[in-house]
Each structure stands twice: as structure tokens, then as C-alpha cells.
Design a protein around this ligand. Structure first.
Ligand code: PGA
Length: 255
């Protein structure tokens, strides 16, 4: 069985390094005991180096929440792939809806994937529609376009270091009750695989880990991972509560 994957996207939390260390230690206690689940922590950049120094095992990895597509130079406020690696990150998220909201385009997402690939980082590409229109299927067209543009000039060989996080905007930052239901998610995951199949063939399409993000909590994690074909989750608000996040990890690990 392929390992489950859970990414903790802390976003702009917690407020200081002491809190970040405390949260990490609590998560580590649970994450380091799980045999079927890899936990990936995506803290704010400024905490990455300090946190990665606190762990030496193989069950937890560290991840940037974003990165520049430039390698170096006069880009005030940006963080490069090499910088992420130098402080212990092995993964990066690109295309998160909160980055797209402040101007990240599909073309930038594609450039970031290629830069991360060249630097040897593992990439989680976030995609997702802002609303659904079942009558006209415009959300499906939207997803198709996002994937086609993100994966432009990405070869089938590159895919072994890439995952997709499907995060419909309408279900982000709510509660488990308002999250996507497993049947709808299963259909969307299959749809995503069909697009990948057209681009890369069946084998590669079915190997690609697809995660779900959007109001995953302890309450809905097991049902979603069991019945929707996702390999794990990208967790936002519930990842900054050690208790809630541990519930998710345990639910996923035993599903
Ligand atoms: P959420 O966020 O779990 O708070 O909905 C998910 C995300 O934005 O990555």
C-alpha cells in the first residue's frame, strides 16, 4: 500500500517561534509513531530552519508554502528553492489559492513547478475551482485548464516528484460539515485523473498522489480518505491545533 500523506499548511500561524516550536513538538509526538502516513509540515518560512533542526527521522518532512520561480537576485521579499532546501525543506506548495488570490497566475505556477523540479524539491501543485456549476460544467473546464497550464513542459519523468492538492475554494476555511462530501470528491478525483491520463497515459495518471484540501478535520478525515480515492490531505486551520491535527493523522493512518 502507498503511504498516506498529510500536509500541515500552517499559513501565517502561529504568531511566534516559541509557539511554532511547541506546536511542532506536539505534532511530532504523534506523527513519528505512524507507520502508514508521512506528515509534511509547511510552516511560515521564518520558522522552517528552526523546526527542521528539531527532527532527524523519516516520518516528517518540511515544506515551503510557496517559493519564487527565480533562482536569485533582486526580488525583495521572495524566497528561492535553494534557500528552502538549505534550511531543511524537501517539499514546496505552489499555486495555493491564497497565492493565486494575490496575483499568482497559471504561468507563474508552471514556472515555479519547473524551478522546484530543477532544484530537486518535491512539489505539491494546488488547484481548485471557486464555485461549481453542475448544469454547464464550467468548473470542470476550469480545472482542465488549470492542470494543462500548470503541467506545460513537465515530462512524465518529472511526475514522480509531483503531487496534486485539489482544494475547491468554496470549501476552504469552513468546518467539516461544510467540506466536500466523499462521493463528489471521488468524482472530481477521477476527473482529474482523466485529464492526467490524456496528458501522460494511464500508468502515470494513476500513480500521481492526489490530496484533498478544504475543511478537513478529525470528523471527516477518515470517511474522505477511505471513500474518495485521495491519498491524503492538505490541512489548513485544523493543522494549527495539535489535538485536531493529531486526530486527522490517526484517522488517516488507520483508514
Ligand atoms: P482549510 O485550508 O483546511 O482551513 O480549509 C486548506 C488550505 O487552504 O490549504
Amino acid at each position: 500500500m502507498q503511504k498516506r500523506i498529510v500536509i500541515a499548511n500552517w499559513k501565517m500561524n502561529p504568531t511566534n517561534l516559541a509557539e511554532a516550536k511547541k506546536l511542532f513538538l506536539q505534532v511530532k509526538k504523534v506523527a513519528s509513531t505512524l507507520s502508514h502516513t508521512e506528515t509534511i509540515i509547511a510552516p511560515p518560512f521564518v520558522f522552517l530552519g528552526e523546526l527542521s533542526k528539531m527532527y532527524r527521522g523519516k516520518k516528517i518532512a518540511f515544506c515551503g508554502q510557496d517559493m519564487s520561480f527565480e533562482e536569485r537576485g533582486a526580488f525583495t521579499g521572495e524566497t528561492s528553492a535553494a534557500m528552502l532546501k538549505s534550511v531543511g525543506a524537501t517539499h514546496v506548495i505552489v499555486g495555493h489559492s491564497e497565492r493565486r488570490h494575490v496575483g499568482e497566475t497559471d504561468e507563474m505556477v508552471n514556472k515555479k513547478i519547473r524551478t522546484a523540479r530543477d532544484a530537486g524539491l518535491r512539489v505539491t501543485v494546488a488547484i481548485g475551482e471557486s464555485d461549481r456549476n453542475h448544469k454547464e460544467g464550467t468548473h470542470l473546464e476550469f480545472l482542465t485548464r488549470q492542470i494543462e497550464l500548470a503541467f506545460k513542459n513537465i515530462s512524465v519523468k518529472d511526475l514522480s516528484r509531483i503531487m496534486i492538492a485539489y482544494e475547491p475554494l468554496w470549501s476552504i476555511g469552513k468546518s467539516a460539515k461544510q467540506a466536500m462530501k466523499s462521493q463528489e470528491l471521488e468524482e472530481t478525483v477521477l476527473f482529474i485523473r482523466k485529464i492526467l491520463m490524456r496528458l501522460y497515459g494511464k500508468g502515470a495518471a494513476f500513480k500521481m498522489p492526489i490530496l484533498y484540501g478544504g475543511s478537513v478535520e478529525g470528523e471527516n478525515a477518515q470517511e474522505l480518505v477511505k471513500h474518495s480515492g485521495v491519498q491524503g490531505f492538505l490541512v489548513g486551520h485544523a493543522s494549527i491545533s495539535a489535538e485536531e491535527f493529531s486526530d486527522i493523522l490517526c484517522a488517516v493512518n488507520t483508514a
